[in-house]
Design a protein around this ligand. Structure first.
Ligand SMILES: [Zn+2]
Length: 186
């Protein structure tokens, strides 16, 4: 589940409370600031989010997860990397709960690449995600395909995604996966 989160400098409890009173925003204090989840416009198929007045000048990031894994005959999984295929550091790794083929690492970045692998068909998809601020009051997650196909035929010009592509494929083939396959420090 991709979403846009806003980060404001300063541990301002009053501001966090006023954001939470809007009902549509989930704001919490973190060290040095506030992190608030933007509400998604309900009536659109695209990933469009509303920016409340208090957050017009916040810093925005996309929040997403490494997730998925293999099942007996099928399965797919996604890993997250930088725009040049590097491992990045997750801000949260769940240790319990429903882990099998669930969410295994949470990332927050202004721009990122998601590589999805599919079991059996050896197919992979590489997508680039970024944030487009349409106006002061709204922002959208823009999704652009970089490449998709059989993982063995990844074009040479995308060599820098090889490790990420293999990780997505391995994760899609990892039966009832419960752990992180592609992240900094692992
Ligand atoms: Zn696994």
């Amino acid at each position: 589940m991709r979403k846009i989160v806003a980060r404001l400098q300063g541990e301002n409890q009053e501001l966090a409370d006023s954001l939470n009173r809007l009902g549509s925003v989930k704001a919490k204090l973190v060290r040095g600031g506030i992190i608030a989840e933007l509400p998604r416009f309900a009536d659109t198929a695209s990933y469009s989010f509303r920016i409340p007045d208090q957050l017009h000048y916040a810093r925005f990031s996309i929040e997403t997860t490494e997730c998925g894994g293999g099942m007996t005959n099928t399965g797919h999984a996604s890993i997250i990397c930088s725009t040049i295929g590097e491992k990045v550091r997750p801000f949260y790794i769940p240790r319990g709960g429903h882990l099998a083929n669930g969410d295994h690492a949470f990332f927050s970045m202004p721009m990122l690449v998601e590589v999805t692998g599919y079991r059996n068909i050896e197919g992979v998809e590489i997508f680039h995600f970024s944030i487009f601020k349409k106006s002061l009051g709204s922002a959208e997650i823009i999704m652009r395909e970089i490449w998709s196909g059989d993982r063995e035929s990844l074009p040479r010009k995308y060599n820098y995604f090889t490790e990420a592509v293999n990780a997505a494929y391995e994760k899609a083939n990892c039966y009832h996966c419960r752990h992180v396959h592609y992240a900094e420090g692992r």
